[in-house]
Design a binder for this molecule. Structure first.
Ligand code: ADP
Length: 596
């Protein structure tokens, strides 16, 4: 892993260099200062010693002067020999000799009586002064000693020795130069040392920082490449352990997460999780389907915005408000009409936060089935009641005396027989239907010849057809492929359809039975020239107890269950059934069966 240039190492190097530079600077200043003082005091001392020596040489020259210029010549001589300025000054301040001046210039020189070193020498024995010489135009160090002639108590004058400070400065700046060079060298060495030391210190930190970044990025190095025995080594080992443990924990968590999400995805129930602020945290595929939304779009958004179903939101709010489980049956109207059983549980998480976990069970089918069952029971009761009431009525009439009336009693008994037959038919159909719907019906599939079965059925129905003067035209030939069917059930299907075609036909009408092989199916049609079915009634004729023509249903004995049974039976054969009709002209019922 590439790390940015470690600013820590830079800072450390800079700190080292700063400390070294400051130390050097302070030492330099101090040394220069001290050295300057030492230089000056040395020069002062040696000038003092020279002055005293020269004074001894000056006394004879003053006491027995060869001529008037003798002090001046002496000053020149000594000055050039000693390499310094030598000035002879009388006690009244008059300059009698100066090594740096000619005789003519001497005459124009100031009275030196006011010079501090002269006054000090006359007063206390020696005088020193560091100041600018107007005569020579430079800084000079002056040392003056009083000159006392033999046998005299008062000083005759003063001998002054002076050295320009240029020399002192030259030596000092040479020293400063050396010091600067040494400083630069020291800084260079310090830089190299600092570089090495900081690299050594920063290297383990870089390694540890790199490892921490790797862990952060989800890679978990098992070993940190740092093997020192110091604290960094210990830290590295702690890092490796920690990395291993985090990896295990992350694996465990992701495994749990995968399992959980597999379970939630497989659940038929919808699951929705909402946080304490009513924002969607999670939605399983079943819930996505129920609300026709995608998890990605709704995640993190307020439930109010994304799942706009008042009843559902109310359940969530109630749960958030009371922190109690809430369970409600609600109806949603989009994307589909659905009835849902919503169970919401408050779930605590974080610090005093409560979200909601909602389970949604789609009970639309359940409720529909319940409704159908209730309707069915009501319908069956109603259908049973009609013939039973009639039977009861006629039996009572017979018992009340009609039995004696031979002519009527026979008619009444016939009616009673008719209703009993209807009752028995109704009960048979209801039993059949409930057996089919409860999947208790057994099927024995065989390769069956449609022509054979139909021919036998038509024979049985012939008297009924004859009574209405209806002609049955059976077009099924023996060449027709056999179908895979349960013989008895197929007979029941055909019986119902042909029976209807006769029942709902007109006098002198026709019934035509035909079939055609269509791919792996055989398609069979029963066509009549009867009353037909109104278009609005057509889709409902396969419903239980549905009768298209209520007025005629009393005249024509029927249970209203025949076509419902037919549809179930055909579907159990992997076939389909459809009805077409032209009211007043006739109907065609077509069904398919698989080829054997
Ligand atoms: P039903 O016992 O009344 O015949 P079905 O379930 O067999 O009961 O038929 C339901 C209704 O469909 C009938 O009452 C009738 O109104 C209508 N129907 C069925 N077959 C025909 C047909 N061939 N022609 C006209 N109407 C029919």
């Amino acid at each position: 892993m590439k790390l940015n240039k470690p600013s820590f190492a830079k800072k450390l190097t800079a700190s080292y260099l700063f400390v070294v530079a400051v130390t050097l600077l302070i030492t330099g200043f101090y040394l220069t200062h001290r050295l300057k003082a030492t230089f000056l005091s040395n020069v002062e001392q040696s000038l003092g010693a020279q002055a005293q020596l020269m004074r001894d040489l000056l006394v004879p020259v003053i006491s027995h002067p060869a001529n008037k210029q003798a002090p001046h010549e002496w000053a020149h001589q000594l000055g050039s020999r000693m390499g310094c300025r030598v000035t002879v000054i009388r006690a009244d301040g008059a300059v009698l000799g100066d090594s740096e001046r000619t005789l003519d210039e001497l005459a124009n020189m100031d009275n030196h009586g006011t010079r501090p070193e002269i006054q000090a020498a006359l007063a206390s024995g020696t005088g020193e002064s560091l100041r600018f010489s107007r005569t020579l135009n430079e800084n000079m160090l002056y040392v003056a000693v009083p000159v006392v002639l033999y046998g005299s108590a008062r000083p005759w004058g003063v001998l002054r020795v002076a050295l320009p400070l240029t020399e002192v400065h030259r030596r000092l700046s040479a020293f400063q130069n050396d010091l600067l060079k040494a400083g630069v060298a020291a800084l260079g060495v310090a830089f190299i040392v600092a570089f090495i030391v900081t690299r050594r210190t920063a290297q383990p930190l870089m390694v540890l920082a790199g490892t921490a970044q790797e862990i952060g990025a989800g890679r978990f190095p098992r070993e940190v490449a740092l093997h020192s025995k110091d604290e960094f080594g210990q830290l590295a080992r702690a890092f490796s352990d920690m990395s291993g443990r985090i990896e295990e924990k992350v694996k465990e968590l992701s495994q749990e997460r995968t399992q959980l999400s597999a379970i939630l995805s497989a659940l038929v129930e919808g699951v929705v999780a909402v946080d304490h602020e009513g924002r969607v945290l999670f939605l399983n595929p079943a819930a996505e389907k129920l609300f026709a939304v995608s998890s990605q779009d709704v995640m993190g958004r307020p439930v109010l915005e994304v799942l706009r179903h008042n009843a559902f939101q109310e359940v969530i709010h109630e749960t958030l408000r009371h922190r109690q489980p809430v369970s409600h049956e609600i109806a949603i109207h989009s994307p589909q009409e659905r009835t849902l059983m919503v169970q919401a549980l408050p779930v605590s998480y974080g610090e005093d936060r409560t979200g909601v976990l909602v389970a949604l069970q789609d009970i639309t089918e359940l409720r529909k089935l319940e409704r159908l069952r209730q309707e069915f029971v009501a319908n069956v009761s109603h259908e049973l009641k009609t013939p039973l009431t009639a039977i009861k009525g006629y039996v009572e009439t017979l018992l009340d005396g009609a039995l004696e009336d031979k002519a009527h009693s026979r008619e009444f008994l016939k009616i009673i027989e008719e209703h009993s037959r209807h009752l028995s038919l109704l009960i048979d159909d209801v039993l059949d239907l409930s057996a089919i719907e409860a999947r208790r019906m057994e099927y024995h599939f065989d390769a069956v010849s449609l022509a054979d079965i139909t021919a036998k059925l038509i024979k049985g129905l012939a008297p009924m057809a004859k009574a209405k003067d209806i002609k049955i035209d059976n077009q099924l030939s023996d060449e027709l492929p056999r179908v895979r069917a349960d013989r008895a059930k197929l007979a029941q299907i055909l019986m119902n359809l042909i029976d209807n075609a006769i029942k709902f036909n007109k006098a002198e009408g026709h019934v035509e039975i035909s079939a055609v092989a269509d791919g792996d199916h055989v398609s069979i049609s029963v066509k009549d020239t009867g009353v037909g079915i109104a278009p609005e009634a057509l889709p409902r004729v396969f419903e239980r107890f549905y009768r298209a023509d209520k007025a005629r249903s009393h005249e024509i004995a029927g249970t209203g269950l025949g076509l419902a049974i037919v549809k179930h039976l055909i579907e159990a054969h992997q076939g389909t059934v459809t009805a077409q009709s032209h009211p007043g002209q006739g109907s065609i019922f077509t069904f398919t069966l698989p080829r054997a």
